[in-house]
Design a protein around this ligand. Structure first.
Ligand code: HMH
Length: 210
């Protein structure tokens, strides 16, 4: 089945500007730009995000398993980038003498449980969710503008042009899947986008409140 106006990632961003703004613009990020963020806040984010990325990597593996072959290249590149990212997180935690053997905070746990729950949803829903999660960080770390050290390294990880290009490829793949998806699946993808926007907002607030 195909539809005259299938849902697209661009349409979601245009339809829900307030939700997306809350997901990507937060005092946590503007205070990384100025250097005013406190060590406790930043370190809480760092440890909790490492725990998040472990579960996000599992989501990426499930996405690959559900994907058409012509989507493999982008997703395999993404998985490789996640391997490097997890090891980078361990290095950053070592530098700051943080233990990663820490319990997930409730918001991080909720987000991880939500990603796990997407396992049984159609590929179009998983692909839209995966794009939204990556795009949230691509925008969030990029929008404030140049950050002072040591936060510039973090901004560059998700704001660099190569990552931006990767997120565009993820949007193209999600759009292709949505184009062939029945309306109830498109509705599930829209709901996933909104849930992720909310969880992203909560994740910044979790770290900021530390
Ligand atoms: C909370 N959202 C969160 N953490 C991340 N590392 C990303 C998105 C992007 O991978």
């Amino acid at each position: 089945m195909s539809y005259i106006m299938p849902l697209t990632c661009q349409h979601l961003i245009k339809t829900y500007p307030a939700e997306w703004q809350a997901a990507t613009v937060h005092p946590f990020l503007s205070q990384c730009r100025t250097g005013q963020i406190h060590a406790d806040q930043f370190n809480t984010w760092l440890v909790q995000d490492y725990l998040f990325v472990i579960e996000f990597t599992r989501m990426a593996a499930r996405l690959l398993a559900a994907a058409p072959v012509d989507h493999f290249d982008t997703l395999l590149n993404g998985l490789h980038a996640l391997q490097i990212e997890l090891s980078w997180f361990r290095d950053k935690a070592d530098e700051r003498q943080l233990t990663l053997d820490t319990a997930k905070q409730p918001t991080c746990q909720e987000y991880c449980d939500y990603m796990a729950s997407l396992a049984t949803t159609p590929y179009a829903v998983q692909a839209t969710a995966f794009w939204a999660i990556e795009y949230a960080y691509n925008q969030g770390w990029q929008l404030p503008g140049h950050m002072v050290p040591p936060y510039d390294e973090f901004a560059d990880r998700w704001g660099n042009p190569g990552f931006t290009e990767y997120v565009e490829l993820l949007a193209n793949q999600a759009n292709a899947a949505l184009q062939d998806a029945p309306e109830d699946v498109q509705q599930q993808a829209e709901a996933a986008f909104l849930r992720i926007a909310r969880l992203e907002t909560d994740f910044w607030q979790m770290a900021y409140s530390a």
